[in-house]
Ligand binder design. Structure first.
Ligand SMILES: [Zn+2]
Length: 256
């Protein structure tokens, strides 16, 4: 069995984090350190809401999951929880590591879902909107959920993509630690890259659990923000049409 040690005082002096095999015969650099060195060497940003999948080798994700589990175990220990004997938390670290890497933060570690785009042969140029699309994210400041919906409006340009692809791309973008103001811009960049629209509008309406669960504990307060690009930005009647179409697509159930 492999375990990852917390860095000892000795390791600190060497400036090394190490993974130790159970027989202590093998030491090597932590996988997160290897990935980080690669990112720095390539000059790639690795903020919480960046995707770094291109810089992780296929076999490293499993290793990363183990490292995160080990670190989360340390966190539970620091919270003075008896993980040795508490049947409820004995496997929590592994569960959380899997959840972070492959579910709630998969948009950092996994590639964008495949989206096939097609040339806009018929030269479609009427606006359409898609929504509500579920927003499931986490706030970068507190790592608690951001839950809500978004709406995407398109005036088609060079290429078109299937309706369901907007949901897939949005889910991938939102599955990272975020602040809502930046999430809407990142999603807009991805949609623009995929279908080169003449006009693009996105609205996000979301509940921030860092305001509900803690702090001011405002249970009914939501955040709404939007971005408009291309023709939606320059033509106020198109922008208005976008907001009017979205108002027809009401939310039926919160978070569903
Ligand atoms: Zn927060």
């Amino acid at each position: 069995m492999t375990f990852i040690s917390s860095s000892s005082a000795d390791d600190e002096t060497k400036g090394n984090n190490v993974i130790q095999e159970s027989d202590n015969s093998l030491t090597k650099q932590l996988v997160s350190e290897r990935i980080r060195s690669r990112l720095i060497e390539r000059g790639v940003s690795y903020f919480a809401n960046d995707n770094v999948a291109d810089h992780i080798q296929p076999d490293e994700l499993k290793e990363l999951e183990k490292e995160v589990a080990c670190r989360f175990n340390d966190l539970l220990k620091s919270l003075v929880i008896d993980i040795e004997n508490d049947h409820n938390t004995e496997d929590t670290a592994n569960r959380v590591a899997r959840m972070y890497i492959h579910e709630v933060f998969k948009g950092r570690y996994h590639q964008q879902p495949r989206v096939t785009s097609f040339p806009n042969v018929k030269k479609l140029d009427e606006i359409y909107t898609v929504g509500p699309i579920s927003v499931r994210s986490a706030c970068s400041h507190h790592f608690v959920p951001i839950m809500g919906h978004c709406w995407i409006g398109i005036k088609p340009g060079g290429r078109v993509i299937g309706l369901s692809k907007f949901s897939r791309v949005a889910d991938w973008v939102f599955s990272r630690p975020h602040i809502q103001e930046e999430a809407v811009m990142i999603l807009a960049d991805e949609i623009e890259r995929l279908c080169e629209p003449q006009g693009l509008g996105i609205i996000i309406k979301a509940d921030h659990f860092c305001m509900k669960l803690r702090g001011v504990k405002e249970s009914h307060c939501t955040m709404v923000n939007s971005v408009v690009r291309g023709d939606f930005r320059h033509d106020s009647s198109l922008k208005q049409e976008f907001f009017e179409l979205v108002s027809q697509q009401e939310i039926r159930n919160n978070y569903l």
